[in-house]
Design a protein around this ligand. Structure first.
Ligand code: GRG
Length: 296
C-alpha cells in the first residue's frame, strides 16, 4: 500500500467516525442550522493528516486504531474550527475551503462563528469522554496538551502574531516562531497525543514532540511553496507575490531554493527524531516525506 492509500484509508475511517460523532452529538437538536453547518465543515473532505499522525504515533506503543480514533477525531474538530474561523471576513476572508463554499458563504457569518465555537467545544468534550480512554489521568493529559497547543501560547497566539504582522517585514526567526505556534502546535499535539495514549515514557514522548515540531514546520513550508507556485503561475511569472501581499512566509524571505533545501533538512531531522523507534516508525518517516512533497 502506498502512503497516499494509507492516508486515504485513515481519512475514510476518520470521516466515518466524525459522522457518527456528529450524529450522536446532534441527536434531537432543534433548530438544526448550526448542526447542518457543522456537518458541512467537518464532513466536507480534508486530508486528515493530523488524525493520521495521532493514530500512527499511538500505534508505536501498540494502541489499536479504533482506540486512538476518538482523540484523532477531537483534534480534527479543533483543526476544522480553526479553518472555519480563519476563513471569516474578519480574518482571511476566503470563499472556498476544501473545494466547497466556506461556512460563512454557505450559511452566514454568525453561524460560522458558532460552528467554530461548537467544534472547539466538541473537541474537549470528546477528549474528556471516558470512551476516549478509560484512565482519567490520560484524558486529563490529553485535555491539557491540546489546550496548550490551541491557546494563546499555541495556535491562537500564532494567528494573533500573523494578524499583527500584516504589512510588516518580519525576520526569518520571527516567521518561524509564528508558524511554529499557528500551524506547528497542532502537529506537535498530534504526535504527543499518540505518546500520551500509549503511556509513553518521557524520552519517547520528547522524541515524538521533536518529530511533530519538524513535521509541522515542513508542512507549513510545503504549504508556502504551493502558495508561491500558485501565485507565480497566476501572475504568469516566477516572482513571489507573498512579500507584495505583506504575507509572512519563509519562501518570501529566503527564496524558493533555500526554502526547498530547508524542507529537505526538516524531513531528515524528522526521521532522525524517530530513531529510538527503529523500523516501527517507518510509516511516520514516510509521512514526513509525503508532507514535504505534497501537491495539495
Ligand atoms: C482562527 C484561531 C484561528 C487560527 C487559525 C490553522 C490556521 C490558524 C489558519 C489556517 C491558515 C493556513 C491556510 C495555514 C497553512 C497551513 C494549514 C493549517 C493548512 C490547512 O491545513 P490542511 O492542509 O487542511 O491540513 P485540510 O483541509 O486538509 O484539513
Amino acid at each position: 500500500m502506498t502512503f497516499q492509500q494509507e492516508l486515504d484509508r485513515i481519512a475514510d475511517l476518520t470521516g466515518h467516525h466524525l459522522g457518527g460523532l456528529l450524529d450522536r452529538h446532534l441527536a434531537g437538536e432543534d433548530p438544526a442550522r448550526v448542526g447542518e453547518a457543522m456537518r458541512h465543515a467537518l464532513l466536507g473532505g480534508g486530508k486528515r493528516v493530523r488524525p493520521y499522525l495521532v493514530i500512527a504515533s499511538a500505534k508505536l506503543f501498540g494502541v489499536a486504531e479504533e482506540d486512538a480514533m476518538p482523540a484523532a477525531a477531537a483534534l480534527e474538530c479543533l483543526h476544522t474550527y480553526s479553518l472555519v474561523h480563519d476563513d471569516l471576513p474578519a480574518m482571511d476572508d476566503d470563499d472556498l475551503r476544501r473545494g466547497r463554499p466556506t461556512v460563512h458563504v454557505a450559511y452566514d457569518e454568525a453561524t460560522a462563528i458558532l460552528v467554530g465555537d461548537a467544534l472547539l467545544t466538541l473537541a474537549f468534550e470528546t477528549l474528556a469522554d471516558p470512551n476516549t480512554h478509560p484512565d482519567p489521568a490520560i484524558r486529563a493529559s490529553l485535555v491539557l496538551a491540546l489546550a496548550k497547543a490551541a491557546g494563546t501560547n499555541g495556535m491562537v497566539g500564532g494567528q494573533a502574531l500573523d494578524l499583527a504582522a500584516e504589512g510588516k517585514q518580519l525576520s526569518a526567526d520571527e516567521v518561524l516562531k509564528l508558524q511554529a505556534m499557528k500551524t506547528g502546535a497542532l502537529f506537535r499535539f498530534a504526535c504527543e497525543a499518540g505518546a500520551i495514549l500509549g503511556g509513553a515514557g518521557e524520552e519517547q514522548r520528547a522524541a515524538l514532540i521533536r518529530y511533530g515540531t519538524d513535521l509541522g514546520q515542513a508542512f507549513q513550508l510545503a504549504d508556502d511553496l504551493l502558495d508561491h507556485e500558485g501565485d507565480a503561475e497566476a501572475a504568469g511569472k516566477a516572482v513571489a507575490k507573498d512579500a507584495e501581499r505583506g504575507k509572512a512566509t519563509l519562501v518570501a524571505l529566503l527564496g524558493v531554493d533555500a526554502a526547498k533545501a530547508r524542507l529537505e533538512t526538516l524531513v531528515a531531522d524528522a526521521g532522525e527524531a524517530l530513531s529510538p523507534f527503529g523500523d516501527d516508525a517507518s510509516n511516520l518517516v514516510e509521512a514526513a516525506r509525503f508532507v514535504a512533497g505534497r501537491k495539495t
